[in-house]
Write a protein that binds this ligand. Structure first.
Ligand code: NDP
Length: 447
């Protein structure tokens, strides 16, 4: 229950942003956690910190015209929401998917503020994207779209202003086209303007692996706090994109058995453990469908097109596909099947009711803004390397990532304890992320 002032602030935010359910969901979750902070820090309310935090500093919406392979003119919509720059330049990925709209970008940008704060690195929060879907498009079409998208976006970004990266539908290929066009338009080799770049042109080792590795490391830390580990644990993973693939890789490195992967057409189950080389070949190289994995595993795996991957029993669950992919019934099933830890590789994959079910059942639950922060943290490490014109080794960069994930875990745990809710990583992440941003905003006055 929120007190009346917090409730009034929340009502104001919801009323000012109609028709944006995902944004409302993300804001509500943060407000639920912040009741305890408001009691101790009335000055935040006096300075309207929360009201200001929920209003993006800048929102850019633009037309993206491009010509397809048949010579037809196509028009998409581009977005960049520069949400909060209290701690550093806006930082957050670009999502290219048909379902993208302003509300989705705002939910992602809002989450990003707290996530970036938790990394301990000097980065603010932002997010962008388009309702363009690269799936089924030729390389030429993707290139022309990216060039058109950047022709507008380049006015708004810069290494000290706003630094985009990838997200769903935006991988190394798209970042290459976007960076090429930025370089051409500005006549500057400003490597720090985008992250997730190729290794030959300013990218960082471990960036590709970072989000998935980080989500599994977070699970390992949560299990460690309970005196156990990922080793020998059956792990159920959703998604088969960048995050899922490297979450699986880290599970295997830690001695766990990842038994599933999925995409929007269904999931595969492989009791022997996912064959990672085959999965990478199908998904990263051929851009194929997950059903092909089962076809090529020769009877050792099966593809399920109807039903939820969360019906598969496992000790650990790593949702790594998209928002609101794990519902109440899925959470109940996972608990019934004995899950002990859930670490969100994706952003907000578990619905609020699912999160409550995990909490009530005593499952260790790592929210995305903490558990998947490894990606953006390594992006910030990429920016550091660009600024110093240096390139770090894989081992050193991975060590930094692991340290950051451990620090985030400890910070969440200690903050939850401080506010009387031991083991509540949601509260810990929201409060720890918020305090740093709020204090910086207090220092800057009303801006
Ligand atoms: P990718 O595009 O590489 O992969 C997304 C995967 O999720 C694909 O397998 C896709 O299947 C599947 N998927 C997407 N939508 C749905 C859906 N509605 N139902 C079922 N499956 C779906 O994206 P990423 O791996 O980069 O991102 C995954 C999640 O992680 C997102 O929530 C993203 O915001 C979050 N994230 C990503 C970071 C990163 O560094 N990449 C950083 C932090 C968070 P299909 O091929 O069928 O579309």
């Amino acid at each position: 229950m929120l007190d009346s002032t917090l409730q009034a602030t929340l009502d104001g935010v919801l009323a000012r942003n109609p028709g944006e359910p995902e944004f409302h969901q993300a804001v509500r979750e943060v407000f639920d956690s912040l009741a305890v902070v408001q009691e101790r820090h009335p000055e935040y309310h006096d300075m309207a910190i929360l009201t200001r935090l929920c209003e993006p500093e800048r929102q850019i919406i633009f037309r993206v015209p491009w010509v397809d392979d048949r010579g037809n003119v196509q028009v998409n919509r581009g977005f960049r929401v520069e949400f909060n720059s209290a701690l550093g330049p806006y930082k957050g990925g670009l999502r290219f998917r048909e379902s993208v709209n302003l509300g989705i970008i705002k939910f992602l940008g809002f989450e990003q503020i707290f996530k970036n704060s938790l990394t301990g690195l000097p980065i603010g929060g932002g997010k962008g994207g388009s309702d363009f879907d690269p799936a089924g498009k030729s390389d030429g079409e993707v290139m022309r779209f990216c060039q058109s998208f950047m022709t507008e976006l380049h006015r708004h970004i810069g290494e000290h202003t706003d630094v985009p990266a990838g997200d769903i539908g935006v991988g190394a290929r798209e970042i290459g086209y976007l960076f090429g066009q930025y370089k051409r338009l500005t006549n500057r080799y400003e490597a720090g303007v985008l992250t997730g770049k190729g290794l030959d042109w300013g990218g960082s080792l471990v960036r590709k692996e970072a989000t998935g590795y980080g989500a599994t490391i977070f699970a390992q830390e949560m299990l460690g706090a309970r005196g156990t580990s990922v080793e020998g644990r059956r792990t159920v993973v959703s998604g088969s994109g960048n995050v899922a693939i490297y979450a699986i890789e880290k599970v295997q490195q830690l001695g766990g058995i990842a038994i599933t992967a999925s995409d929007s057409s269904g999931y595969v189950i492989d009791e022997d453990g996912i064959d990672l080389e085959l999965l990478k070949q199908i998904k990263e190289v051929e851009r194929g469908r997950i059903s092909e994995y089962a076809e090529r595993r020769g009877g050792r795996s099966r593809f399920v097109s109807d039903g939820s991957v969360w019906n598969v029993p496992g000790d650990v669950a790593l949702p790594c596909a998209t928002q609101n992919e794990l519902h109440e019934r899925d959470a109940k099933k996972l608990v019934e099947n004995g899950v002990i830890a859930v670490s969100e590789g994706a952003n907000m994959p578990c619905t609020p009711t699912a999160v409550e079910i995990f909490r009530d059942a005593g499952v260790a639950f790592g929210p995305g803004k903490a558990a998947n922060a490894g990606g953006v943290a390594t992006s910030a490490l990429e920016m550091q390397q660009n600024a110093s014109r240096d390139a770090w080794t894989f081992d050193y960069t991975e060590e930094r990532l692991t340290d950051i994930m451990r620090q985030i875990h400890t910070n969440c745990l200690e903050t939850a304890e401080e506010f009387g809710r031991p083991g509540d990583y949601v509260l810990g992440a929201n409060v720890a992320g918020f305090r740093k941003v709020a204090d910086a905003m207090m220092a800057f006055g009303v801006i």
